[in-house]
Design a protein around this ligand. Structure first.
Ligand code: HSE
Length: 309
């Protein structure tokens, strides 16, 4: 097969959405682009622009390249394509809780899949991506777009993707320090009290009902969490103060974005209070000596897709 290149766009994500630890996620309008050429010759050329340039490995350890190899091996095409030219244009901040590693994995899988003739469906790509990442809640929205509920069943990872009844805006405070997911998972307990599990089941199911039916009252009551945020709050100075400040400025809910350290406030677009929320979050963080950049994002409804061939 002739060598050709493909360009893929993948949205950043915010996982957990409060009570949906390792289950809920959303895709947002912040994108990483990947251009991939598979080569028959064994060579590896990786160029990174934007976020992570100079820090992301550009050798065989690179996660995009490892994901490409994973897909080629699944397809039995690793002997045909032994090298790659990879160019990344990254806008999703690295290790900040906005799904940067998921975007890399999904971009590599999707691009390689297109180049070998779209042998795998999105559901199959989800299986590969979740196996590489270890949990499905970032890779699912990166693949499907929208809000996603994903869970591992006997049949594999199943994902339900939906667009809520509300027009939501996400105001994200991105602190100037990184927090590797591995470190943020280490502070979590092996077991949780039954009352905390019940607390989260109630909030998570109510959240989905509120989003799909369009109930503002129930939405406001549904973003809290007892399973991971309380343990992780010590890793993010001022977390609950930032949440309170965002709520006071008009947010309908707040949560740690993924494993953090970014914090996300959910606002209804028609309330037009994004600017006030952003300022409130920034100054609440500043009171704890944390500088944060503010991003105002919306829901991506498309997921990973081909840009141009
Ligand atoms: N659900 C994962 C966690 C998301 O909270 O550890 C990591 O981005």
């Amino acid at each position: 097969m002739a060598e050709r290149s493909i360009s893929i766009r993948v949205p950043g994500t915010s996982a957990n959405c409060g009570p949906g630890f390792d289950t809920l996620g959303l895709a947002c309008t912040l994108y990483n682009d990947l251009t991939l050429e598979l080569t028959h010759e064994p060579q590896l050329e990786i160029v990174v622009h934007g976020e992570g340039a100079g820090a992301i490995p550009t050798d065989a350890r690179n996660i995009v390249w490892r994901s490409i190899q994973y897909l080629l091996q699944q397809a039995g095409a690793e002997r045909e394509y032994r090298g790659a030219k990879i160019e990344m244009e990254n806008r999703v901040p690295i290790s900040r809780g906005l799904g940067s590693s998921a975007t890399a994995i999904v971009a590599g899988l999707k691009a390689a899949n297109v180049l070998i003739g779209n042998r795998y469906s999105r559901r199959e790509l989800l299986q590969f991506a979740a196996a590489i990442e270890g949990h499905p809640d970032n890779v699912a929205p990166a693949i499907f777009g929208g809000f996603t509920i994903s869970t591992t069943m006997r049949s594999g990872v199943e994902c339900f993707s939906f667009v809520p009844k509300f027009h939501l805006t996400f105001v994200v405070a991105v602190p100037n320090f990184s927090l590797p997911t591995r470190a943020a998972r280490k502070v979590l307990p092996e077991d949780v009290p039954m009352k905390d599990a019940v607390f989260n089941i109630g909030r998570a199911t109510m959240l989905i009902a509120a989003l799909t039916r369009g109930s503002e009252r129930f939405l406001r009551a549904s973003f809290d969490d007892a399973l991971h945020q309380p343990y992780r709050s010590k890793l993010v100075p001022g977390m609950y103060d930032v949440f309170r400040a965002a709520r006071r400025a008009g947010a309908v809910g707040t949560s740690l974005s993924g494993a953090g350290p970014s914090l996300i406030a959910y606002a209804l677009e028609r309330h037009r209070c994004e600017e006030a929320i952003g300022e409130a979050m920034k100054s609440a963080f500043a009171a704890h000596d944390v500088h944060a950049d503010i991003l105002t994002l919306r829901l991506d409804m498309r997921g990973a897709h081909v840009r141009k061939e």
